[in-house]
Each structure stands twice: as structure tokens, then as C-alpha cells.
Design a protein around this ligand. Structure first.
Ligand SMILES: [Zn+2]
Length: 230
């Protein structure tokens, strides 16, 4: 077994890290650009969200402010739609776009959108997978126990699967959002284009996270294979 410091599979981790950093930098800069573009409707993110929920016939979801930046989310457990400080009471195209995206998740939940249901169902398994995969894999590597290596890889695969199912959920929430913003006139045609750029940049962070996890999985498989040859 080669020393850890010269492990050539580190390159896979580095590529994944660069992809994730690039995606996160891009969403931050795109959000910043369209945060400065005030929407013609003058609606705040919270107002836009409440309006969209009403249009969708959803009456049991509350829109609440949350601290932090880009921390916006919809919680299906509590039916709370949390909007960050740059979204909740801001009237920018970016704020309305993000607020509408979170409404997209609330609508998916209300309509039992299948990928969201599947995603919620595999959350516990994915959490166990991402917590236990490395310790088990490492133990398998150190003590040369093949079944532990396999188990570690299988558990990590669960975490990857979760990220795969996340993609349709995210892209669908954004396409619902843009459609509703355009058809309701909450955003004009040019403004919808701006909101789309923000939401696409946000979706790419999920793509980058998945790519990074697949590279990590590949690394585990390579390390396990190397172990076999020793
Ligand atoms: Zn989302």
C-alpha cells in the first residue's frame, strides 16, 4: 500500500473540489448581479411567494424570514417556506426568482411530485450512508477486510443516489417558478430571463456536488481495487 500523501487518487478529490467552488462562486456572483436589478412589479420575495402559493391553491404553508445568505429552503415537515434576508423583503429579480423556486418545492410537495417523494424516502439511508461509508471503508483498508470495503462503497452509493434524485427536484422547482412568474406577470420577459440565470446557476451547484460525489465514489472503487492487488 502506498503512503497516503502520495495517493494519486487525490486528484479526483481536487477536481471535485474545484467544480464545487466554481459553481458556488458562480451562483454568488449571478445572485449579486440580479440582486441589484429591481423588479418592475416592486414585489418583495415574501410577497411574491405568498402570491404564488395562493395561485397554486396552497393555504397551509407559511412564509418566514431566515438569517444567512442563500439559506432559502422549503421544509416539507413543518410546511415552512424560509426566505433569507436578501430575498424575504427585497424587491430584486433575484429575490423574486429564489422565492418562486422555493414555492416550486412547496407545490411539488402539495402535488406529491414523485422525485420529491422518493428523495424524502431515501434521506435516512443517505444520511447513514454518508456518515458510515468512510469509517467502514478506512477500517477495511487498514485491516484488509474486503467486505468492509464493499460495504463502504455501497453506503457511499446511497449518498450519491440521493444527489441524483435531487437534480430533477431542483430543475423542476425552477421551471415551475419561471413559468408562474412569467404567466402571472410578476416578472416581465427580460426579468424572467434574469431570474432564470440565477436559478440555473443555483441548480449547477447541485450538478457540481453530484459530480464531486461520483469522483469520490470512483476514488473508493480505485482504492479498493488497489487493495485487492496488494
Ligand atoms: Zn431548491
Amino acid at each position: 500500500m502506498y503512503g497516503y500523501y502520495f495517493d494519486p487518487t487525490y486528484i479526483l478529490l481536487i477536481i471535485g473540489m474545484i467544480l464545487s467552488l466554481a459553481a458556488s462562486a458562480r451562483v454568488k456572483s449571478t445572485f449579486a448581479i440580479y440582486s441589484r436589478v429591481r423588479s418592475a412589479s416592486g414585489l418583495t420575495g415574501a410577497e411574491a411567494a405568498r402570491r404564488i402559493l395562493r395561485m397554486a391553491g396552497i393555504t397551509d404553508v407559511v412564509v418566514v424570514p431566515i438569517s444567512g445568505s442563500l439559506t432559502d429552503h422549503y421544509d416539507p415537515g413543518t410546511k415552512k417556506l424560509a426566505l433569507s434576508q436578501d430575498v424575504y423583503d427585497r424587491t430584486s429579480v433575484a429575490a423574486i426568482g429564489v422565492a418562486a423556486h422555493e414555492c416550486g418545492h412547496a407545490i411539488q410537495h402539495a402535488q406529491n411530485y414523485a422525485p420529491l417523494t422518493i428523495r424524502s424516502a431515501i434521506v435516512p439511508a443517505a444520511n447513514i450512508g454518508s456518515t458510515l461509508s468512510w469509517p467502514l471503508f478506512l477500517a477495511g483498508l487498514i485491516f484488509s477486510i474486503r467486505p468492509l470495503l464493499t460495504l463502504g462503497i455501497l453506503l457511499f452509493t446511497l449518498a450519491v443516489l440521493f444527489q441524483v434524485v435531487t437534480l430533477p427536484v431542483e430543475f423542476n422547482a425552477s421551471s415551475r417558478a419561471l413559468k408562474m412568474l412569467g404567466s402571472s406577470g410578476m416578472l416581465g420577459t427580460d426579468e424572467v430571463r434574469g431570474a432564470k440565470k440565477v436559478l440555473t446557476a443555483a441548480a449547477l451547484t447541485y450538478v457540481a456536488a453530484l459530480a464531486s460525489s461520483i469522483l469520490q465514489l470512483l476514488r473508493l472503487i480505485i482504492l479498493a481495487g488497489g487493495r485487492d492487488r496488494d
